[in-house]
Design a binder for this molecule. Structure first.
Ligand SMILES: Nc1ncnc2c1ncn2[C@@H]1O[C@H](COP(=O)(O)OP(=O)(O)O)[C@@H](O)[C@H]1O
Ligand SMILES: [Mg+2]
Length: 384
């Protein structure tokens, strides 16, 4: 600990004697002959201890004590009092002087006072360190806890999902085997289709989970909106197997460029478009379906619209659809898709709006700023 002390007394002899004594005890001493000078010196050197005469012309010791305590409550003050100034000494305690010694100064008394003050400073420093450590621990613990509880949820939901998919896989394998033993090619083919489908779903689930679990920084690039949207559309078109779903691109040619992590926004849009495909496939109430994928710029944003005439959603689903693991698709869904999309879009400073009616279809509107606010750019994915 630094041994610095501000020494204030109007009597030169006392200053000299005490200076010599304190220096010989390893202190760095800043002498001052009055309150004003002392205050100046205090502001310059910020010593942890002040040793000051109580009665001085001009600003007296008590006033100095009050001023210093106001600026620096942790600074310790030892008052030097003459005989007959006991009442002043006692008053100084009320202003939080740590101790006082009387004139003529007895160095043993001074040593005791200094020792006391130093102990006080050390224990205050330790206490502060403990408190800071404790706060840090509490913070880390609650972060860990929320990670753990979402991990627990995740493991439960994922095991459940994978168990269902494995049962499907077993069924497919059984078909294949039994087809082989009966030399029934058609049965083999049907079984093989199921096996491929199940493997594809397990792959998708695992990829989604990996995506969610990974911590990464966004990789910002300037991207041409139309070619980007074209690539996204192509991926979805390839996935539409039924001839009864029409996929319509409606791109505004003047869309220009925007600043995004293209990998992330790509996944976010694919998740939303895949849900639209699912909603059409699952909807048995209509013969034909269509999905419109629209892109329009406005002054600040690029707006993507995904509109389907599939199953639509009831109110409960509309309220929960962004919740982690919420899915109405049973073993076919993971409930990760929209959770991830929402997170990604937020990280881009964008927004998602949903409107939907049961049996009529749904519309998702995603707005992403053309240039991302600087403050978002150095954030990593796990933080928000
Ligand atoms: N276009 C849509 N039409 C109808 N329901 C939807 C649509 N998009 C999302 N949903 C509902 O939101 C739920 C959550 O979606 P998501 O997070 O992608 O999980 P998953 O697709 O694995 O179920 C879906 O299970 C579904 O009920
Ligand atoms: Mg989905």
């Amino acid at each position: 600990m630094e041994k610095q002390i501000l020494l204030v007394d109007d009597e030169e002899d006392i200053r000299d004697v005490l200076s010599v004594y304190l220096k010989s005890n390893g202190y760095e001493v800043y002498p001052a002959e009055n309150g004003e000078e002392a205050l100046k010196s205090f502001r310059k050197y910020k010593p942890p201890v002040v040793l000051s005469d109580i009665k001085m012309p001009g600003m007296d010791g008590i006033e100095l004590l009050r001023k210093i305590k106001l600026e620096s409550p942790d600074t310790e003050f030892i008052m030097i009092t003459g005989h007959g100034a006991m009442d002043l000494a006692i008053a100084s305690f009320q202003d939080q002087a740590a101790d006082f010694i009387t004139k003529p100064i007895n160095v043993n008394m001074l040593d005791v006072a200094l020792k006391k003050v130093r102990e006080k400073i050390v224990s205050r420093r330790l206490l502060r360190e403990y408190t800071e450590n404790l706060e840090k621990l509490v913070r880390e613990k609650s972060e860990l806890q929320s990670h753990l509880s979402s991990l627990g949820l995740m493991i439960g939901s994922v095991s459940h999902g994978i168990k269902g998919l494995l049962t499907g896989l077993d069924g497919g394998m059984y078909q294949v085997e039994s087809g082989f033993s009966k030399e029934n090619t058609q049965q083999i083919e049907e079984g093989w289709k199921i096996v491929k489908l199940m493997v594809e779903r397990i792959r998708k689930m695992v990829l989604d989970i990996l995506y969610y679990a990974k911590e990464r920084n966004l990789n910002w690039e300037n991207v041409d909106v139309l070619s980007f949207a074209g690539e996204v559309a192509m991926v979805v078109e390839r996935k539409i197997s039924s001839g009864n779903i029409e996929f319509i691109r409606d791109f505004d040619a003047s869309a220009g460029k925007f600043e995004i992590d293209s990998g992330c926004i790509h996944s976010a849009l694919i998740n939303i478009l895949e849900n639209a495909v699912d909603a059409c496939t699952r909807d048995k109430s209509k013969e034909r379906h269509r999905i419109i994928f629209k892109v329009t710029p406005d002054e600040k944003n690029i707006n993507f619209e995904v509109c389907d005439n599939g199953t639509g959603m009831d109110m409960e689903t509309r309220e929960k659809l962004f919740t982690l693991f919420f899915s109405t698709k049973g073993t076919r869904g993971t409930g990760l898709g929209l959770f991830i999309s929402n997170k990604i879009i937020q990280q881009h400073g964008g927004s998602i709006k949903v409107s939907s009616l049961p049996d009529q279809g749904s519309k998702f509107t995603i707005s992403i700023p053309k240039t991302t606010p600087g403050c978002l750019k150095d954030k990593s994915v796990s933080e928000s």
